[in-house]
Structures are given as C-alpha cells and as structure tokens.
Unconditional design. Structure first.
Length: 414
C-alpha cells in the first residue's frame, strides 16, 4: 500500500479557502457564450435608416463588386489572394451579399447623428423601434448618446426609453451600444437605468444588456493608473456583452495627428491588447474599430481603399478580433473577402489538427492542448456561422458535426 506524508484532514484545511476562489473564478470567467458572433457591425445615422437599409447595403455592395472587381481574378489581384482562393472567395462573397449582407446594424444616435431638436430625435427613435424589429437581422440595435454631459445624458436616456417602450421591450437580437465611457460609475448608472426599464416594461431581470465602447484613454487606464477594462465589466453586473474599439476618438485622445489615426497604429494595438487581456474568459466579446477610407470614386481609389480595408480586417483576425465596424456598403465586399479568405486558408489544416486531437493519435506533428482544440473548434464553427464554409465542408475537414465542435468549445469530457 502506498504511503503518504500529508494528513488528509490537515490537507483539506490548508486548501479549504480555495473553494470560494474557484467559485468566484468560474462565475467571472464562464468562457464563450456559445452564440453566434457577427463578423461586423454596420453603423448608420438614425435619420438615414429605413425598412430597406440592409437590402440596400447589399445591393450597393454587389454593384461595387460588379463595377470594380467583376471577376474572381480581378478581386484576387486587388486583394493579393492566392490563386486557389480566388474563385471560392469571390463566389461566396457574392452569395453572402445577395442573401445576408448585414449581420449586425446599429442605428446611431451619437456621433453619426449629432444634436437635433428633441421632437426630431423623438420621431427618429420611434421609427428606429419599428425598424429594428422589422429588419429581423441576427443582431440590430441602437447607439445612444454618451453620458459625458448632463444634456447628452438626458437625451440619450430619453431615446433609449422611447425605443424600448415603443418596441414593447427588446426585439430578438437587440443590441445597445454605450459610447465614450470614461469611468465605471457611468456603467453603474446605465445598469441602474436598465433595471428600472425592466421593471417598468415587465421584463425579467438582466434582459437588457449592452456593449461598452473603448474609445477614451480613461477606459483603458484611469487617472490613478488603474487598469479600467476589468472594472468596467465588473460595473456592468453581468450585462456587458461586448467591448467595441473606437478608432478615431481613441487615437485623437492619444494626441495622434490625422495621418496617424488608423487601426494599425501601435497605440491601437495597446488598447486592443488591454481589451483582450481585461475581458479574456469572461464571455465578453471583442469588436475592432473602423476604417474611414471609403471605397468610392475612381477604380484606382476603390481598389486602394479596398486593399487597405482588407488588410486591416485580416490583421484584426490575426489579433483575435473577429468582429469590426463597417461604415459604407462597399466595405462589405472586403469585410467578407477577408473573413472568408481567413477561414478558407486555415480550414483544412485546422481540421486535420482537430481530427488528430480527437483521435488522440501519435502520428500528428503537433501535440495540442484542450485549450487549443477548443480554439480550433470555435474557429471552424465561426466559419459556418458567417457562411465561409458549410457544415458539411467542416465535417469533411475534421470529422465533426456542429454539436461535436460545440462540445470541444465547451470542453465537455470525451
């Protein structure tokens, strides 16, 4: 019989304090929520939306593709895609633009909308309530004004109240974006308001949730040098669903000149890494910012701005940001081209690694951990969600159906 030196009772006493620690960690870090994450968010000013906005964005994107990259070869040349990806990327992008061009849309009452007379914003808010429900998108909602000043605070809360009251509560897939956050106290105030709205509208507790925009330096590091991102999530009391990066407000706040205000700047990398580390494992998802280089005008200009946007999206994907903002319909071409090229170029290798992990075989050249297998499975599941691959194609690569992928993402015992 094996001999032990440690007394079981003393060992239990020495480690008893970890029970509460483990429970707190599990509550704070539940992991990915398991729902579909949009690959982008389209922002449209509240006075510029109507019932046909999602379809119109798709039609305009297709028109841009037909005019400026009418063949797989032209698109591949513009974006420097490998020959083997030219046809599948082009074909699948066209299909996406024709069937589901917009995955997520935010009706903007903030910077893109500005300050209007109360009766004007009231009317736009009531119209937005009808549209968000009527669109039937996977995700859609509003961006309210910030809490920077009493005037903006009051107007933002009035708009939020009008939209949710007119809609009778949040429509399916409703998303609320909270901009220019500078302190956890602002998040706490929004949480209190949402609880009041839930009570007034007869909604279950924590029905109303929101995204926090990280677009101020104080949202990353506060005046006392404290790391703000985790504190914002804590202040959200379980209601924060995402952190969205604001490219231009953030770079301007850092003192960068206009020519240096872009997603590839090192200042943006610092903020994104802070968002990533501060939210990792919490189930709070990340979205990158936007590019203001719009693909309009001459073919030369369109191609140049398409290339820049495509490269930024691919860069975001490599950094672990699987969502970003789009400001113009023609950016949908390169949004989906970049996302599809990312998934199509890695699917076969990822599938082989995942199959080897599941088989526990010794013939693989890579020995993956459960965490890596979960990441591989999540990437393949994302590829199906966005239309880059079909479930059958993923199964051919790794031998798993969608339930099997989800089990690996959730790290269920096998």
């Amino acid at each position: 019989m094996a001999r032990l030196s440690l007394d079981p009772a003393r060992l239990a006493a020495a480690t008893s304090g970890l029970v509460a620690v483990d429970a707190a960690r599990a509550a704070r870090y539940p992991g990915d929520p398991g729902t579909r994450q949009p690959v982008h968010t389209c922002y449209v000013p509240a006075d510029g939306v109507d019932a046909g906005t999602p379809a119109a964005w798709g039609a305009e994107a297709l028109a841009a593709l037909d005019e400026h990259a009418p063949t797989p070869g032209v698109l591949a040349s513009v974006l420097d895609l490998p020959d083997e990806l030219a046809e599948p990327v082009f074909t699948r992008v066209r299909a996406k633009l024709a069937t589901e061009p917009v995955e997520d849309l935010r009706v903007d009452f903030e910077d893109g909308y500005g300050t209007r007379a109360d009766e004007v914003e009231d009317a736009d808010a009531l119209r937005a309530a009808d549209l968000v429900r009527a669109w039937g998108l996977a995700s859609a909602g509003i961006r309210v004004k910030s809490f920077d000043t009493p005037a903006l605070l009051g107007r933002g809360l009035r708009t939020l109240d009008l939209v949710l009251t007119a809609a009778g509560g949040p429509p399916p897939g409703f998303a609320l974006t909270f901009p220019k956050v500078t302190a956890p106290e602002q998040v706490e105030a929004l949480v209190t308001v949402l609880a009041l709205l839930e009570a007034a509208l007869g909604l279950d507790a924590r029905t109303l949730r929101f995204e926090v925009q990280i677009e101020t330096t104080q949202a990353v590091i506060d005046a006392e040098g404290r790391f703000t991102v985790p504190r914002l999530i804590t202040a959200g009391a379980g209601r924060v669903t995402g952190l969205h990066f604001g490219t231009y407000d953030y770079t301007a706040a850092c003192g960068l000149g206009a020519g240096e205000q872009h997603l590839a700047h090192a200042a943006c990398d610092f903020a994104r890494h802070a968002m990533q580390v501060g939210s990792a494992g919490t189930g709070v998802r990340l979205s990158d910012g936007s590019s203001n280089r719009l693909p309009v005008g001459s073919r030369e200009t369109v191609h140049g701005n398409w290339r820049a946007h495509h490269d930024l999206v691919r860069r975001s994907l490599r950094h672990g940001f699987f969502q970003g903002w789009d400001l113009h319909p023609a950016q949908l071409v390169t949004r989906y081209a970049a996302v599809y090229a990312h998934h199509l170029s890695s699917a076969a290798a990822d599938g082989r690694r995942l199959a080897a992990y599941v088989a526990r075989g010794s013939g693989s050249a890579v020995l993956d951990e459960p965490a890596t297998a979960a990441a591989l499975a999540l990437s393949l599941r994302r590829s199906v969600d966005c239309g880059a691959l079909t479930a059958a194609e993923v199964a051919d690569h790794c031998g798993l159906d969608m339930d099997g992928l989800t089990a690996l993402v959730d790290r269920e015992p096998r």
